[in-house]
Design a protein around this ligand. Structure first.
Ligand code: SF4
Length: 91
């Protein structure tokens, strides 16, 4: 019987071409207590990296499909993804 499952490596192959590969992940994820301008500046720095990333579509799709709650994925912030999911903004 022929297997219909996809090799696991294929599912993650897009990460090998990611522009953020090897960079400090702190650019993409909110440190505890970060707010306001500091958050906006960090998120813009992350989005600038994502803009030139050849796998941003795959990255954004993965974040949506797997329900990634934190971080910038595919050039979209956690707040933007929350809005897309219809989840209200925390107070
Ligand atoms: S889109 Fe951004 S977060 Fe996603 S792999 Fe590319 S650089 Fe990394």
């Amino acid at each position: 019987m022929k297997s219909t499952t996809k090799p696991l490596l294929d599912a993650w192959q897009w990460q090998m071409r990611a522009s953020c590969r090897g960079l400090d992940s702190a650019v993409f994820f909110t440190p505890h207590g970060e707010r306001g301008r500091a958050r906006k500046r960090r998120e813009e720095a992350a989005r600038a990296i994502c803009r030139s990333c050849p796998v941003s579509t795959a990255c954004g799709s993965f974040a949506t499909a797997s329900g990634q709650y934190y971080g910038v994925w595919g050039g979209r912030t956690e707040a933007e993804r929350r809005v897309e999911r219809g989840v209200p903004r925390p107070r």
